[in-house]
Design a protein around this ligand. Structure first.
Ligand code: MG
Ligand code: MG
Length: 281
């Protein structure tokens, strides 16, 4: 079903299917994050994701994805973006993880036609204190955005909450504007866009059945980006380190349901004092 803006609204059964796809993504990301060690190549991370998809009888949202503006069909099942690479990094047998790296792993899976999309940033060994802090602030900004979503609210409430969370820190961070979160469901990228900045109270209403991928991207420097010659890899224009966190979520009449979190978001929502709103399986 679609509303008058062409936004796909899922039935209760379809939300349950979105949850199953989200769990595939959550479990695979957990395995990949645990495997991140100095010496591992980003192609080996991709291999782990391929194995996870086979195990779960799911397919990749990313492999062969061609938005038209990038460097041809995407060649992997994960985006692996290290340090000054922000998003859309290509897995490669030549790319080796090293101590001190901050690695964004972005993974999308399709199960029975429904997509899940999530990203984590993983610290490889000890990282510089400023990098660890960047990672923490980015994850916190994601949860601030999630926490701002409620039925009757608007999409830009999420955007404003992400921005406010970042601006409330004592340090200054670059908050990317070139790339946004998005609607998600029977396709990976759907209406509406979910920017990581802006004033609240604008954009489409948050209603039952709407699923969004929220994904703040922060840097230790400028928010400006460039794309490498491969046509995919987005890097910071000033070479500063970046972090990226993402979850797919929905809002039910009971509260928030983080579809790609293994616990549905329950622990973090409890910590934030917010209602947890899963539908029964
Ligand atoms: Mg993603
Ligand atoms: Mg996404």
């Amino acid at each position: 079903m679609a509303d008058h803006r062409g936004i796909e609204l899922k039935s209760v059964d379809q939300l349950r299917q979105m949850r199953r796809a989200g769990l595939v993504v959550g479990r695979a990301l957990e395995a990949m994050a645990a495997a991140c060690q100095p010496g591992l190549t980003t192609a080996e991370l991709n291999d782990l994701a391929v194995e996870a998809l086979a195990r779960e009888k799911a397919t990749s949202s990313f492999l062969g994805y061609d938005p038209g503006w990038a460097g041809g069909p995407f060649p992997g099942v994960v985006c692996v973006s290290i340090n000054q690479e922000v998003v859309h990094g290509l897995p490669s047998p030549e790319r080796v993880l090293a101590t001190g790296d901050l690695v964004s792993i972005d993974f999308g899976a399709v199960l029975d036609g429904w997509h899940g999309d999530s990203a984590v940033s993983v610290e490889v060994g000890p990282v510089a204190p400023a990098v660890a802090r960047l990672n923490q602030v980015t994850r916190q900004a994601l949860w601030a955005g999630l926490a701002a979503a409620r039925l009757g609210g608007r999409v830009s409430d999420i955007s404003a909450a992400v921005e406010a969370s970042v601006r409330s820190q004592k340090e200054r961070y670059g908050l990317l504007r070139d790339y946004t979160g998005h609607g998600i469901g029977s396709a990976m990228h759907q209406e509406p866009d979910v920017p990581n900045y802006g004033r609240p109270g604008r954009g489409p209403a948050l209603v039952e059945g709407l699923c969004l991928a929220i994904e703040p991207m922060l840097t230790l420097g400028s928010r400006r980006t460039a794309v490498l010659e491969d046509g995919w890899t987005v890097v910071t224009a000033d070479d500063s380190c970046s972090a990226h966190w993402e979850h797919t979520m929905t809002v039910t009449k009971h509260g928030l349901w983080v579809l790609t979190a293994l616990d549905g978001g329950e622990a973090e929502l409890n910590r934030l004092g917010l209602p947890f709103g899963p539908l029964s399986d």
